[in-house]
Each structure stands twice: as C-alpha cells, then as structure tokens.
Design a protein around this ligand. Structure first.
Ligand code: ADP
Ligand code: MG
Length: 534
C-alpha cells in the first residue's frame, strides 16, 4: 500500500477573491457610516441653543462640555474612519481653536453626499477631485464676503469673542470673559508686527472657589502654590525675586551609600556641617538682596529641606517652591529675571523686581500673586475661579476658545457674519457657480453646495425652529443678495445677523471647510482596512 502523502493539499485561492469588486465599496460604505455616526453624535451641541454633554470617564470623573473637540476626545471611538473625524476636530482646534463642532458636522454632511454620489456610480477619485475644487472655491467665496477688522477696533473683537462664548455652558459670564480674552491677547501682541499669538504667554490658573464672575486678569504672575516656611513672610513689598534651579538641601552622593555614625560627637558634627552648609546658601541669597525666592521642582532630591525653609523664613525671605520646569521660561519672561543654576551665579543682576508679592486665600487653598513687575515681559496670567470642578474646567475651555478666536483675528484680520450666514451664502454662490460648469463635475459641485446647508439646518433645529422653512427662507434671502442674512436664534427669525453682533473670524470658517473636505477626501480614497495582528 502506498504511504499516505505527508502533504495536506493547499486550498486553491480562486481568482474571484482577488477580483472582488464588492469589497472596496463595502469598506468605503462602512467607513462612511462610522464617520457619520460621530458627526451625528455631536450635532445637538451646535450653536447657542445647542445642548451640552455629560461625559463620564473610566475613573468616574465627570466632564460637562459643549466643545466638539473635547466631546470627541473623551469618546472611546474604535472604528478607524471614525477616529479620523476625531482627529479632524483636533486639527481644527489647533488651527483655529473654534468651530470644532461645525467642522465635524460639515464632514458628516459631505460624507453623506459622497455616499449618494457613489451609489449613483461616480468614481471615488472623481468625487475627491471635485471636492478639492469645491473647497478652494468655497474659500474664495468666504473671502469675498469678509469684513476687514483692525486690532484697535475693540468692539468688533469683543463681538467675536462673545459669539464664541455664546454657545458655552458658561455663556452667562461672557460679559466678563470676552473682554478678558480680548485684553489678554492685546496685551501680548504688537498689532503692527505680530502675525500670530503664542497662547503659552497667557497662563490660565484655575482655583476652585467663588464663581466664574470673580475671575481676574492679573498683570503679573500667579502661582497655585502657597508660600512655604513657618514664620516666613506671606507679603513682601518691593520684592526682589530670585528663581533658583539648584537645591537648598544636603547634597547626595551619586551612588547609594550608608554612613555609619558610632558616637554622638560624630553625629553632632554631621548635623552642624549640614546646618553650616545650608546657612551659607541662605546667607548668600540674602546678601544678593533677594526677599522672594522661587525654587524649581527637583526630581533628584528635596529642592529645599525643612532646615532650608526654616533658615529662609528666619531671614524673612518668602519662598514658593515646586515651580515646574516647563514654567521657568514663562516666569522669567514675566518677572524679568534669570534662572539661576548655581549659588555662584546668585547675583543681584539675576533678580527680578516687583512692587508686591503676596499670598491669598482661595477657598481652602492658597495662592501667591506677584504684581507691579518693573520690567514686565509680554505675558499675562488669568486667575479663573469656579464653584465646582466641572464649571471651572468648562470655563477654562471656553476661555481658550475665546482666546483662540482673537488669535485668529491676529493671524487673519477678517470677520464674517455667523448664524449660518456663511454656509447659506456658500451654498447659494457655489450652486450658481456650478451652472457654469460642465459634466460630472458640475453635478458633484451642486450636491456638495447643497450639503453645506446642514449647518443652518442644525442651528435652527437646535433652536427649536423648523429647519425646512428656516433654511428655505435663508436660501431665498441669500439668493436675493442679502449676504448678511442669518438665523437670529434669540428671536427665532431670519435677520441681518451683523446687527445682532454675531460675528466670527474668517479663519474659523475657511479652515473648517478646507479641513473637512480634506478629511472626506482621504476617507473616500480608502478601499481596504488592513489589521495587523500583533
Ligand atoms: P463650534 O464648536 O463649531 O464652534 P458652537 O456650538 O460654538 O460650535 O456653534 C457655532 C455656531 O453657532 C456658528 O455657526 C455660529 O455662527 C453660531 N452662533 C453663535 N452664536 C450665535 C447667535 N447668537 N445666533 C446665531 N448663531 C450663532
Ligand atoms: Mg464655538
């Protein structure tokens, strides 16, 4: 009998499996469905009458927010295409800071339109090309309706900050937060020179307690830490401030070692030595004229020992320790001092001068404020207050949006009306433009132009108006040339939205259109998902 073959016959892969035309379409379909689900999840948050979301994370921490980027960041999105929309929102956050909900909703609408075009037999690459053309044309239309704004025009800046804050949980405080955002940005930019704002120069310090109304813009610096040392001063006038990066504690050897002390005299000697060592440091600090000392956090050993604190307190030097490494640059810039890396460099020239350094009580914690800095750099600090953690966090995020809006105006000094006006205008103008085009491109163009009406539609739906009749009227008025007609959410009608002071930076809308089109184009071009098993 012949031996049984050791080979197991390999299953033949049929040719049809390679030619499976269904699969790319299925993958594309499932990507679109997943991404659209993300857009649908946040659409109720759009606009001043939009709802907020309460998000609970794994640890049971609760976040209440209206900000699209924050909602999506906290959502555990699994589908890779849905993740692209989350990243889209983050991209808009980085680029413009506001419009993070709108951008995702726009992408959702464009995806829906693409899906319809795909079922009609359009090739994904053709749709993608058309979308590229569409986005560049949309930016042109937006630019043509923009109103130039000057950074000295405080009223317009305030209006745009107000629009950004309108839709937030903390909107009732916009009367206070909007001017704060405008003042903060104007303080750190040179309107004639700067084309961008580094928001790192605006420090937001959150302290629980009181209400958002009690927040303040501090011309100086605020430390969330309390001042250290028992019996040390908690208020220093005419402060000479030193920022040290070395430690005021007994030095350690590089290797782990043990010192064995056998008799009391030796022990006494060690203690005396330590005291002498630390006393020497504190005396030198005092000799340089320093009366307020900031100490950088150290990971190697105690940045300042108890003995050090005691001796500094005795010399009437105020101490704030645990200054984070990444804050050093900001502190130096604000106080006009130099970071001091070793005791030898502790000279009077390295110190900063300020009128007052004082410790304050906030709820059950304390903070230190330094004001009246002699050579201040272009920085500001904002002390945010809030009665509970959720409100405080949301106030922080909202203020960030308002700051970003003003930053957009520094980058690109144009405003456009809000309230669905830009999207309605785009839709009308681009539909008109599509009539001048030929063939498939014209068809795609018109379909995408229509899809932009999703923003006014959702704005009106969230405001409790009928989306169909509102959007129809809006469309008609824009077709009649009323470029500034928008949804007046408060009165529930359509009116000149500029009269309602709803203005937003051009950059928010242009970046929303270009980024969402880019994201949709990349989703369209995907025809397979490959999972790598690790
Ligand atoms: P996003 O995260 O996209 O900024 P928002 O919830 O802030 O979302 O809503 C922004 C939209 O709300 C914009 O289209 C803006 O024009 C509109 N909007 C803001 N304030 C008003 C208002 N008072 N009346 C009408 N629309 C407004
Ligand atoms: Mg907004």
């Amino acid at each position: 009998m012949p031996a049984k073959s050791a080979f197991v016959p390999v299953k033949r892969i049929s040719k049809s499996e390679f030619k499976d035309k269904e699969k790319p379409a299925q993958i594309r379909g499932s990507n679109i469905v997943a991404a659209k689900a993300v857009a649908d999840a946040i659409k109720t948050s759009l606009g001043p009458r939009g709802m907020d979301k309460m998000i609970q994370d794994g640890k049971g921490e609760v976040t209440i927010t209206n900000d699209g980027a924050t909602i999506l960041k906290q959502m555990k999105v699994l589908h890779p295409a849905a993740k692209m929309l989350v990243e889209l929102s983050q991209a808009q956050d980085a680029e413009a800071g506001d419009g993070t909900t709108s951008v995702v909703i726009l992408a959702g609408a464009m995806l829906e339109t693409s899906q319809k075009l795909l079922t009609k037999g359009f090739h994904p690459a053709a749709i993608s090309d058309s979308l590229l053309h569409f986005a560049s044309k949309a930016v042109e239309v937006l630019e043509s309706m923009a109103i130039p704004v000057d950074l000295t025009d405080n009223a317009s800046l305030l209006k745009s900050a107000n629009t950004a804050l309108n839709s937030k949980v903390v909107h009732e405080h916009s009367g206070m937060l909007a001017p704060m955002a405008v003042d903060a940005v104007l303080k750190i930019v040179d309107p004639n020179k700067d084309q961008n704002v580094d928001l790192k120069d605006i420090h937001i310090i959150k302290k629980l307690g009181e209400t958002v109304e009690d927040s303040q813009l501090v011309d100086g610096i605020v430390f969330t830490q309390k001042s250290q040392g028992v019996g040390g001063p908690s208020k220093v006038e005419k402060a000479k401030i030193g920022l040290i990066q070395f430690c005021i504690s007994p030095p350690k050897t590089d290797m782990d070692n043990t010192v064995l002390i056998r008799d009391y005299a030796a022990m006494d000697r060690v203690l005396r030595e330590e005291r002498q060592y630390i006393l020497n440091i504190t005396k030198k600090i005092k000799a340089a004229g320093c009366n307020a000392l900031l100490i950088q956090k150290s990971i190697l050993r105690d940045a300042v020992s108890d003995l050090g604190l005691h001796l500094l307190a005795k010399q009437k030097i105020m101490v704030v320790k645990d200054i984070e490494r990444e804050d050093i640059e900001f502190v130096c810039k604000t106080l006009g001092c130099r970071p001091i890396a070793s005791l030898d460099h502790f000279t009077p020239e390295a110190l900063g001068t300020a009128e007052l350094a004082e410790e304050f009580q906030a709820g059950d914690s304390k903070y230190v404020k330094i004001t009246g800095v002699q050579n201040p750099g272009r920085t500001v600090s904002i002390l945010l207050r809030g009665s509970n953690r959720q409100v405080l966090e949301e106030a922080d995020r909202s203020l960030h949006d308002a700051l970003c809006v003003i930053r957009c105006l520094v980058k690109k000094r144009f405003l456009i009306p809000g309230g669905g006006a830009p999207e309605a205008e785009l839709s009308v103008k681009l539909t008109q433009y599509s009539h001048t085009m030929k063939g498939m491109d014209a068809y795609c163009f018109r379909a995408f132009a229509e899809s932009l009406e999703v923003i006014p539609g959702i704005l009106s739906e969230n405001a409790g108006l009928s989306p169909i009749s509102t959007v129809t009227e809006l469309r008609n008025r824009h077709a009649r040339g009323e470029t500034h007609a928008g949804i007046n959410v408060r009165k529930g009608s359509i009116s000149n939205i500029i009269d309602e002071n709803v203005l937003q930076p051009l950059l928010v809308s242009t970046s929303a259109v270009t980024l969402s089109a880019e994201c949709v184009r990349s989703i369209l071009k995907i025809d397979d998902i490959v999972n790598v098993i690790r």
